[in-house]
Ligand binder design. Structure first.
Ligand code: FMN
Length: 400
């Protein structure tokens, strides 16, 4: 029988992919606490559906940084897609175009910026891992020249995070799977593969740091909008606003990097509050159902991204598999939209949600106050130090 939901794709993909590769794609870091929490917290948010409304005509379309897309579900940057299908990122880009949405291409992709741009007829983002001044300049320029619509800088991997499962499997990503953008370089010229789980201690070259203070330099390289991926706190979100970024992806990297964090959905409200409409906010980590998309939108995201389900679609049936994954999510979102009494995604608000006690904090007054403080800070009316100390006293954090 054809897969009818994303979990069907997951189990079918698992049976076709070698177990080392499966572990690399599916597992989280260390104890997998963040990975599990991404799902359990999304599942613990319940809906308060509304009826007796005319919902026969529905519109799922939206815009992302001004770019119209057919529904608010995008493809997250993910490295090495040829691990599960020979067409890799080309198949994914074509599927995204058919579905009418945006695909992000990873710095660590198998296929290059130019190859994917030539194959894709839909909008693309380029996901950047900072690779040092010269390499980064080159990558950003290539992405802009190839027609990509945004630069999405991933910040939550300052150093690679050990994935114990890969070490135990004695498995490393084959270099050709993540060097599509560096085919002209030797292996030692390029930074470590940031999502490989094999860290510097295992013989990889060192990673190259990037700090908030360097964001103006990065922005000066391109006319494209800058999106920051991996923000987990109101504080960093407020700083992103201060540095004038265009978008933020609230993401815990699908639980693949630092463990023991809040789930991504728990983080979303404080980031939304701190940003206060000054940048678009997107969400990823754990999206498997149309209802997950609705929940994220209700909490303030403009769109969501999916990571692992792309590998499942690719593994099962290449481009057609990814198209089907996107189609399933489209239909599920359409259904839950109607059941919640909405006819367009712009109407979704948080009154539709019943939050678990762990998340009720997002509705208590201090979030509003932090939002106000972030506003004052971004207008230069209070210093970073004042922002931090007021926020800490609101949260009851004692300075040692
Ligand atoms: C195999 C794999 C490779 C990934 N590679 C990257 C990457 O190169 N750059 C990046 O920013 N995120 C990367 N991610 C993280 C995704 O962009 C996304 O944040 C995450 O997969 C979302 O969670 P989900 O898999 O539960 O949907 C990767 C994820 C997976 C599963």
């Amino acid at each position: 029988m054809e897969p009818i939901n994303l979990y069907d794709f997951e189990s079918r993909a698992k049976s076709t992919v070698p177990h080392n590769v499966w572990d690399y794609i599916s597992r989280g870091s260390q104890d997998g606490i963040a990975l599990k929490r991404n799902r359990s917290m999304l599942e613990s948010i319940l809906l308060r559906p509304r009826f007796l409304r005319d919902v026969r005509k529905r519109n799922l379309s939206t815009t992302i940084l001004g770019e119209p897309i057919k529904f608010p579900i995008m493809i997250a940057p993910a490295s090495s897609q040829t691990l599960v299908h020979p067409d890799g990122e080309i198949a994914t880009a074509r599927a995204a175009a058919t579905a009418g949405t945006i695909m992000s291409l990873s710095t660590s992709s198998t296929k290059s910026i130019e190859t994917v741009a030539a194959a894709a007829s839909g909008p693309l983002w380029f996901q950047l891992f900072h690779c040092g001044k010269d390499q980064t300049e080159d990558l950003v320029k290539r992405a802009e020249d190839s027609g990509y619509k945004a630069i999405c800088l991933t910040v939550d991997t300052p150093i690679p995070s050990d994935k114990e499962v890969d070490i135990r499997n004695n498995w490393q990503l084959p270099p050709e799977a993540y060097r599509g953008n560096f085919s002209h370089n030797t292996l030692t010229d390029i930074p470590s593969q940031f999502d490989s789980g094999i860290s510097e201690g295992h013989g990889r070259p060192p990673t190259i740091p990037l700090t908030f203070e360097q964001l103006p330099w990065l922005k000066s390289l391109t006319r494209l909008p800058l999106v920051i991926k991996g923000i987990r706190t109101a504080e960093d979100a407020a700083l992103c606003v201060e540095y004038d970024v265009d978008g933020i992806v609230v993401s815990n990297h699908g639980g693949r990097q630092i463990d023991c964090t809040l789930s991504s959905i728990e983080t979303l409200p404080e980031v939304v509050a701190a940003v206060n409409g000054k940048a678009e906010i997107y969400f990823d980590s754990g999206v498997r159902r149309g209802s997950d998309v609705l929940k994220a939108l209700a909490l303030g995201a403009k769109g969501v991204l999916i990571g692992r389900p792309i590998f499942w679609g690719l593994a099962v049936n290449g481009q057609a598999g990814v198209e089907k994954v996107l189609d399933i999510l489209y239909r599920e979102l359409d259904l839950v939209l109607a059941y919640c009494g909405f006819t367009s995604v712009d109407q979704i608000d948080d009154a539709i949600l019943h939050l678990p006690v762990e998340m009720e904090y997002s509705r208590i007054p201090y979030v509003e106050e932090i939002r106000g403080l972030a506003d004052l800070h971004s207008k230069g009316l209070i210093s970073r130090k004042e922002f931090d100390s007021k926020r800490e006293s609101l949260l009851g954090i004692e300075k040692q």
